[in-house]
Design a binder for this molecule. Sequence first.
Ligand SMILES: [Zn+2]
Ligand SMILES: [Zn+2]
Ligand SMILES: [Zn+2]
Length: 407
Amino acid sequence: MSDNDRRRLLREVSHSGMCSHPVRLTGEVVNLATGEVVPRQLKVACKDRRQSVCPACADRYETDAWIIVAAGMRGGKGVPDSVAGAPRVFVTVTAPSFGAVHRANDRGACVVRNRLDESCPHGLPRWCSVRHRTTDLEVGRPLCDECFDARNVILWNAHASRLWSVTVQDARRNLASTAGISRTDLGEVAQLHYVKVAELQRRGLVHFHALFRFDTQSPGEGSDVGDVVWALQKAILTATLREGDGIYRWGTVFDVQDLGGSLGDTRGVASYLAKYVTKTAGGSIELASRFRSRREIMLRVGDPLLQRLALEAWDMGLERSANTLGYAGQFITKSRGYSTSFGELRAARTAYWMSEPDADEVQATYAYSGRGYDDPRASDLADVMARLERERRIQARRELKERRGDS
Ligand SMILES: [Zn+2]
Ligand SMILES: [Zn+2]
Ligand SMILES: [Zn+2]
């Protein structure tokens, strides 16, 4: 490769924000002062959230997610600083069991042996005597893939978002009843806001982590975090979604944690939530994009359990969400009023880039003309550059921490 080639590639890649496969646009730009029309080709970043698809765009997405979560916790980006004093509760909800899975257990065997019922119809043991570590690959995987109730897993995933909505409504109703007022009256004086992140577990089920904030008119006064914890716990235990023959509820494993009013752990919580947003199930590329055919699932998905679940979703008519195993919701959502949005953050970034004071006013029209770079080497270069950039940032953060002297 000549130096010129190399420079051209570098320029192309950095203009597209180090995106692995940018969207190509063609159009024309009209200079409104001179009337001159110039044809223009443009590559814009793909904005994909998944690390396995586009490292650079996923990084930017993770940063935006971090800002959205953090702004809702401590103010900024159009959110008043008073939110910092509001009660905050961290919630994790999971799906019910659809078959035994391997578990990490410090105190003993993974699944206890039952002498009366030792093996499943497929000849596999119904028990496991291993003392797993949380990092073991088996953890979270079914003891028998065949026994695992794929159909109900997919149905549950497909209904999880609506079950969540029911739960939030129930929690608001519970808060109102504690205060002895109607749900509508509560809305007048206090709001329960949240930001929530979805994650696909290794067993193929979606679960949610969410951060709730309870805003009252007089922060600090009369807003007891205990009431919020109770309202959420009760809602998680009782929320029920009925649809057709199905009844959907949360699993027995859930967590409701009072984060207190302190800002101490804002960074930690925000990073924790933001990092989930860029993951695909098992971090794999297999499920990164929509499938076009049943055959493609069989070819692309090597993991037997994930393949079985994706095929089940496809056969149930959920083709468009087969790659998310039936889950059709967004991976990060928030109630209106929690904080700023991805759209607003992007608009602010674009406005900043466009603000060239001397430029003539121009009018531009663009149309989609494809994906990727003209030179396939550019895509590899983009991946390498994005990874280096990420490492550089992690290193810088580590050094900053060390200098501050906290661990
Ligand atoms: Zn990209
Ligand atoms: Zn086990
Ligand atoms: Zn079995």
